[in-house]
Design a protein around this ligand. Structure first.
Ligand SMILES: Cc1ncc(COP(=O)(O)O)c(C=O)c1O
Length: 418
């Protein structure tokens, strides 16, 4: 008969503790299995390793402005801290900021009652609120493929089902009204589009937007429009945009916006949503419960974002992005890359790498490992033809863009590609 000593008992205890740990690890909620890591984060991590090892990496993977937050905003943030403005605010944000945002729309003749504006923790906070507000479990949310990768996760968090509409260069990577109508099924509740979009930088024209809105309205659905890259239109394509916000087309669109991109405040974590009047009360309850309030110092800093001194800086930076777009796209075209659509906004170009004979994932890793140029593979943005596309973010200066193009040229020669 086996005999257990104190040591054996200790071993048994340890084994069962470890087993409990393993069991706990394997019983996380099922939804986690459907959430994919950002490939771009892996690219960024590897790029950082190379930088630490002394290599000069050219960064085309980063989806945020390379410019620091404009000095007037930083000063306003510092002042807020000095003034002790560090307590909670109203869940919907401080009144002067909601008024300043309403004025921002009023400057283009779009009337928005400040009560309909809810200040959020970035557009991400806005997406959390809107999916919780609008979607029941098993409701479908229509999104595009390619599109912003987190959209589907926000839907899943509330038990809803993301349903993709595949879009390609023939429609500027935006769905046509007919595509929305065809995709809309009995379980569909809402449509989420972005204009300008990530990863393609393309814009939905005004008349298409109005027609898409009509399709959604006829089906009693909700239309969410992500305008996070608003303000970053290319002058060359300004005619395409024909409007500054979807609110010019219809006031019942749920609009998302953020201080992250045009206003250069990614790390401050501040954005806003505009909702129809009837949604103000329920969305306020959600905001109170989920977030209590947006960051207080960030809100006071953001007040300065609308003043002339900061606006001049934002406009100047938007122009710099346009110049970089031209430089990068022309350079890549000369190297034989297909760029089916010139970016009309944001700071991204969605580039076809199929002529290199490599799929987008191999292209990205080889370019990084061998030439220290970081780009994001298309698979981060969906599955539709994603193995042939990579996203270049021109969030780096012109000298780095030249350097990146030189290295890509060398890579193509060395690989016998292109
Ligand atoms: C289309 C789109 N929507 C929303 C977000 C979230 O941005 P944030 O939470 O920084 O405002 C991003 C970020 O890159 C984006 O590209």
């Amino acid at each position: 008969m086996p005999c257990f000593g104190a040591q054996d008992m200790a071993t048994v205890a340890l084994v069962s503790i470890s087993w409990c740990r393993i069991r706990r690890m394997t019983t996380f909620a099922h939804r986690n299995e459907q959430i994919h890591p950002f490939r771009v984060m892996q690219v960024l991590a590897r790029a950082e390793q190379f930088s630490l090892a002394g290599h000069q990496v050219v960064h085309f993977e980063v989806g945020e402005p390379d410019f620091a937050t404009a000095p007037p905003i930083v000063e306003a943030g510092q002042q807020a801290l000095e003034d002790g403005l560090t307590k909670y605010t109203a869940a919907t944000g401080i009144a002067p900021l909601r008024e300043a945002i309403a004025q921002y729309y009023a400057d283009w003749d779009v009337r928005v009652d400040p009560q309909r504006i809810v200040v959020t923790g970035g557009a991400s906070g806005g997406l959390t609120l809107l999916t919780a507000l609008l979607l029941n479990p098993r409701d479908e949310l229509l999104i595009t493929d390619p599109g912003y990768p987190c959209n589907e996760v926000f839907a899943r968090m509330v038990g809803a089902v993301p349903k993709t509409i595949q879009v390609g260069p023939d429609t500027l990577f935006q769905p046509r009204p007919d595509d929305v109508a065809a995709a809309w099924g009995p379980a569909t509740r809402a449509l989420l589009l972005a204009s300008p979009a990530n990863p393609t930088g393309t814009v939905i024209g005004r008349s298409a937007l109005a027609q898409i809105h009509a399709v959604v309205q006829q089906r009693d659905g909700f239309f969410i429009l992500d305008e996070i890259y608003q303000g970053l239109y290319s002058a060359r394509h300004a005619g395409m945009a024909e409007y500054r916000s979807g609110l010019e087309v219809a006031q019942d669109i749920y609009v998302l916006n953020s201080f992250s991109k045009f206003f250069g405040m990614t790390g401050w974590r501040l954005g806003w949503i505009v909702v129809p009047s009837e949604a103000v009360e329920p969305v306020t309850r959600l905001a109170q419960n989920l977030f209590i309030s947006p960051s207080t110092p960030a809100q006071y800093a953001a007040l300065a974002a609308f003043e002339t001194a900061a606006m001049d800086i934002h406009q100047q930076r938007a122009r710099a992005f346009q110049q970089r777009a031209e430089l990068l796209v022309n350079g890549l075209k000369k190297l034989g890359f297909g760029i089916p659509v010139m970016p009309q906004g944001a700071f991204y170009a969605y580039v076809d790498v199929s002529h290199t004979g490599l799929n987008s994932r191999d292209f990205c890793w080889r370019l990084l490992d061998e030439y220290y140029v970081a780009v994001t593979p298309g698979e981060d943005f969906g599955a539709h033809n994603s193995d042939r596309y990579v996203r270049f973010a021109f969030t780096t200066d012109e000298a780095s863009i030249h350097e990146g193009l030189t290295r890509i040229d060398k890579a193509l020669c060395a690989w016998g590609a292109g």
